[in-house]
Each structure stands twice: as C-alpha cells, then as structure tokens.
Design a protein around this ligand. Structure first.
Ligand code: PEP
Ligand code: MG
Length: 369
C-alpha cells in the first residue's frame, strides 16, 4: 500500500477516509470532511450507475473511431462477469496463476483443459494468452529457481522459457491444441531483443509441426514492457502480429523504480512523459508494418491513461473488469482528434504531475467528481 509503517500504529476502530482517486488516507477526519466524503460517494455511485448503463455499447469516439475493449481475466469462470461488464474479449490471460495456485507444474493436458475452457467461455470472442512470466515479482517456490540479486533484471518471462523447454514446450503444445477449438492468440512476455522473438517463434513452429497442427494460423504477439523493445518496435513488428504494452513493467524499467517499492510508489508513474514517449515509439514502429497495438497494463484502466493511449494510436485496451464501464463511457464522450491533441501535449511535459493536470480537460459524466 506504500502508506508507511505509521498505518500499523492506528488504534482499532479509528475512522478514516480512503480516497483511492488521489491516493490519500485521511485519519480521524472532521465531521465536515466525513459529510463531504459521503456526498462524494453518493455522486460517484450515480456517476458509475450512469456509465454502467451503457457498458455494452462499443467504445466509439464522437468522431466515429472505435477502440476494442478487453478484460484482463485469468480464469474461465470469471469470463461471464467480464462480458456482462462490457468486455469484448480477453486481452491478457496471465498464465502464472496456473503455477502459483498449485504445488506442482501443471502438465500439458491440465493446461489444455484450462485454455480450452477459456476459449469456450468466450464463445468466439478474442483471447490473448500470455505464456509464463515467472521471475521478477512472480516467484514460484516449487520451481526451486536459483535466487538472484536483481530478479527484475534477471531470468524472467521469455528469458526463463527459452532456458527451460520443460516449461515452455508443454505450454506451447497445450496452447496450439486449444487454438484448434476457437480464437486464441499467443503472447510472449518480457521481450527485450529481436533474437528472443525469433527463437520463441521457432519453438512454436516446431511444436505445431510435431503436433501436425500447422493448418491453423495462430496470431503471435509480444508484450512491450522493456524500453529496448519499445525503441526497437519497428524491428520487432515484422516478426509478430501485434504488440501489447505492459505499462506496469514498462514504467518500472523506464523510470528505474521497482514497481513494488513502498517508498517509491509515487514515482512509479505510468503517466510520466518518458513512458508515454515509449508508447508513441511502439505505435510508430507497429504502424510501419501494419501491426496493431494494445495496452494491457494498469494505465489502460485509468481514465486519463486510456484517453492518452487512444490519442497515441493504441487500438485495444485491456483492463481489470471493474474499470470497463467507466473507460468505455469516457472514450464515448470524446473525439479521437481531441485525444490526439491531448496526447501531443502530454508528450511535451516534464513529468507525470504536469500530464495529470491535462486530465482537467477531459469531460466527466453529467455529474463530475
Ligand atoms: C505489465 O507489466 O504491465 C503487465 C500487464 O504484466 P504484469 O503486470 O503481469 O507484469
Ligand atoms: Mg509485465
């Protein structure tokens, strides 16, 4: 929570106002402050109800540009709620949970069952499954991987998979088989070099050949979450079908701020212009080769973030289920041209605070907060 150790010293039952919009916790508020907070909660509830009412409509801007809106969902049983909340597909299925929730490495058939259930739950809608992103903040004790001095800069994600056929191949086999049952795209995480993509695609092609399942073309994408990948987007694009930007990691690697560091939480700001410039680089590189770009990091689910990403040319936003309605409504209230103008200005700011100030130009629902 990055609220500091003082939080643990509060007496039980202490009243407080938690303002998640501004990242503030007000301890022992006055009656007047409590009254204001209650009024704000009521306004927010009305605002959210209004936005939720239109959640099944597409995210089409006032000038007729439609963004694809997907949800970050890991399990088939969570899909109905995501669809009900307005998701048009799943833009990020993190597969680490398959390993984190078990005390063993799930085999090919076990994984196939999970992916196939996901395809079925989506009933023909798009699904992007990300291959294992283990390492960094996602440690799996039963894999007994060697401890590293700097796990975020270590053998993580695609790097680990390229060293461990015993992890990569059963997953690819399960994914290739599940892709025969409906739409499924494969996405590789933590890509930092073109060579990694070449090698991973070669592994995938071998698996398809070995299974005799070369007939179904499976779209392949990579996550852009390392600055080198963003800067080399035009070199990476010819090798893949799409990019999905992981703004959580892209932010920590761009700003050299550990995404989990309690004292630096305020600095891990995905709205920082340095991060936004890398998003712009990614879109430019992808466009040169006719590839599309999505974002599945937390920035996609923040109102100003989504507005800027749309303005920068991102075509798909994948987010937590709870954010879907508000983001779709926000995009429908604006024209792409004005979001492009906003994004241009954001790229020329000094820091995240200045970018955040641009948020005042966004229109809120009938009753703003
Ligand atoms: C990201 O880094 O933004 C992302 C979506 O991946 P994860 O949060 O799982 O690292
Ligand atoms: Mg990531």
């Amino acid at each position: 929570m990055a609220a500091g150790p003082g939080l643990l010293q509060l007496p039980p039952g202490e009243r407080a106002i938690l303002d998640g919009y501004r990242g503030r916790l007000h301890i022992a508020p006055t009656e007047a402050a409590l009254g204001e907070a209650r009024a704000l909660i009521d306004r927010l509830a009305r605002h959210q109800a209004e936005e939720a009412a239109s959640r099944l409509q597409p995210a089409t801007t006032t000038d007729g540009h439609t963004l694809e809106i997907a949800a970050n969902v890991n399990r088939a049983d969570q899909v109905p709620r995501a669809l009900e909340q307005g998701a048009e597909g799943v833009g990020l299925m993190r597969t680490e949970f398959l390993f984190l929730e078990r005390d063993h490495v799930p085999g090919e058939d076990e994984q196939f069952g999970v992916y196939q259930a996901m395809v079925q739950a989506l009933g023909g809608r798009p699904l992007i499954v990300r291959t294992l992103d283990i390492g960094g903040d996602k440690q799996v004790p039963h894999l007994n991987l060697p401890a590293e001095e700097n796990p975020f800069l270590g053998v993580r994600g695609a790097r680990l998979c390229l060293q461990r056929d015993d992890l990569l191949l059963p997953q690819l086999r399960a994914l290739v088989r599940a892709a025969q049952t409906g739409p499924l795209s494969i996405m590789f995480p933590m890509i930092s070099t073109v060579d990694e993509v070449r090698r991973l695609k070669a592994r995938l092609a071998e698996v398809q050949r070995a299974l005799g399942l070369t007939g179904t073309a499976i779209p392949v994408g990579i996550m852009i979450e390392v600055p080198s990948a963003a800067r080399l987007a035009d070199r990476l694009a010819p090798h893949v079908d799409f990019f999905s930007i992981g703004t959580n990691d892209l932010t920590q690697y761009t700003l050299a701020v550990d995404r989990q560091h309690p004292q630096l939480a305020g600095m891990a700001d995905s709205l920082h212009p340095a991060v936004l410039r890398l998003v712009a680089d990614t879109v430019t590189g992808a466009r040169r080769h006719g590839r599309w770009v999505g974002v599945c990091g937390g920035l996609a689910g923040e109102p100003l973030g989504a507005a800027l990403l749309a303005g920068l040319g991102v075509q798909e936003l994948s987010m937590s289920v709870g954010d879907l309605g508000a983001i779709k409504a926000l995009l429908r209230r604006h024209g792409l041209a004005e979001l492009q103008d906003l994004a241009r200005q954001a790229l020329d700011m000094d820091d995240g605070e200045q970018v955040r100030a641009l948020g005042a130009r966004l229109r809120s629902a009938a009753e703003g907060v």
